[in-house]
Design a protein around this ligand. Structure first.
Ligand code: HEM
Length: 267
C-alpha cells in the first residue's frame, strides 16, 4: 500500500486542503506501504508486556501471553473441526486437528523455558499476582468446553469480564467436539469399540485416533504443568487459593473423549 500522491498535482490551496482532509480519514493514504511490523501489529504487541521490577517477571508474562495466543489459534482450529465433523466431512477435519495436536505438543516444550526460573526468582514477583491465577484463563476454559468438558458453574465465576462470560456462555450452547464425534459414530452404525477395531469408514477411524492424540497431548501438558508448579511452589497453595499441586494433579485425569479411552479396555 502506497501513500496517495494526488496532492502533488493539486495547484490550488483549496484542492490541497481537501486532499489533506481526505488523507486524515483514509487509512490507506495514512499507513504507507505494508511492513512486517504494520501487518503484524508488532508495536502494539510489544507494548503489552509489563516488565515489573523483578528480572523474571518478563519470562512469566511472555510465557503466559504466548500461551493465550496459541489458545486463540487452538480455538480457531477446534471450531473448524467441530463444524466439519458436524457436516459429516471427516477427512477435511484431520487438517485442523493435526495443527491442534502440534500446537499442544509445542506448548509442552514451553515448560522447559519456565523451569529456568528458580523459586526465589518467582517469589520476587509472586506477590504482584495477588489472587490472579491461570485458573482464571477464560480461553483455557473455552478450549475445555469446546473439546468436551463444559462446566456451567465456571461461567458464574466473579473474575470473568462481560466479554469472557459471553464467550463461555456461547460455547456452552454449542456442540462440543466430543458430541459431534459421538453423533458421527452413531450415524456410522458402529459402536466406538467396533470403529476402533475394524472401521467401516476409515476416515472416521483416523479421526478417532486424532482425537486420542489430542487428549493425550493435553494430558501431557497438564502433567508437565504440575511438575513445573511443584518445582516453583512445592506444596504451597496457589495464588488462586486452590491446594496447588494437589488440585492440579487431580486435573491430569480429565479426558475430553472418555469413550475412546474406555473402549481400549474392552477390545
Ligand atoms: C510459575 C509458574 C506457574 C505456577 C506457580 C502456576 C501455578 C498454578 C496453580 C497453583 C494453579 C491452581 C490454581 C491456583 O490455586 O492458582 C494453576 C492453574 C492453572 N495454571 Fe498455572 N502456574 C504457572 C504457570 C502457568 C502457565 C505458564 C500457564 C499457561 C497458560 C498456566 C496455566 C494454568 C491454567 C490454565 C490453570 C488452570 C488449570 C485447571 O484448572 O485445570 N500456568 N497454576
Amino acid at each position: 500500500m502506497k501513500r496517495s500522491t494526488s496532492s502533488a498535482s493539486a495547484n490550488t490551496a483549496g484542492a490541497l486542503a481537501a486532499t489533506i482532509g481526505a488523507m486524515d480519514t483514509c487509512p490507506v493514504a495514512r499507513t504507507g506501504p505494508t511492513t512486517y511490523s504494520s501487518f503484524l501489529e508488532v508495536d502494539g504487541l510489544l507494548d503489552l508486556q509489563v516488565e515489573g521490577a523483578a528480572h523474571d517477571q518478563l519470562l512469566f508474562v511472555v510465557i503466559h501471553q504466548s500461551h493465550e495466543l496459541w489458545f486463540k489459534l487452538l480455538l480457531h482450529e477446534l471450531d473448524l473441526a467441530v463444524e466439519l465433523i458436524k457436516e459429516g466431512t471427516f477427512r477435511p477435519a484431520i487438517g485442523p486437528l493435526r495443527r491442534v495436536n502440534r500446537i499442544v505438543r509445542s506448548l509442552v516444550t514451553q515448560w522447559e523455558v519456565l523451569d529456568t526460573m528458580t523459586p526465589l526468582g518467582y517469589l520476587a514477583f509472586r506477590g504482584e499476582l495477588d489472587s490472579g491465577s491461570g485458573f482464571q484463563s477464560a480461553q483455557f476454559r473455552e478450549i475445555e468446553f469446546t473439546a468436551g468438558l463444559p462446566d456451567r458453574d465456571y461461567v458464574a465465576s466473579p473474575w470473568l469480564s462481560d466479554d469472557e462470560r459471553r464467550r463461555l456462555h456461547a460455547r456452552l450452547e454449542s456442540p462440543t467436539l466430543r458430541q459431534v464425534f459421538m453423533h458421527a459414530v452413531a450415524d456410522s452404525g458402529q459402536t466406538v469399540e467396533e470403529l476402533i477395531s475394524a472401521p467401516m469408514d476409515p476416515q472416521l477411524g483416523d479421526l478417532a485416533e486424532m482425537l486420542v492424540d489430542f487428549d493425550e497431548a493435553f494430558a501431557v501438558w497438564r502433567s508437565r504443568h504440575v511438575l513445573a508448579v511443584e518445582r516453583q511452589i512445592g506444596a504451597k497453595p496457589g495464588t488462586g487459593n486452590s491446594s496447588g499441586v494437589e488440585y492440579l494433579r487431580s486435573t491430569t485425569l480429565k479426558r475430553f473423549f472418555p469413550e475412546l479411552w474406555d473402549a481400549r479396555s474392552v477390545l
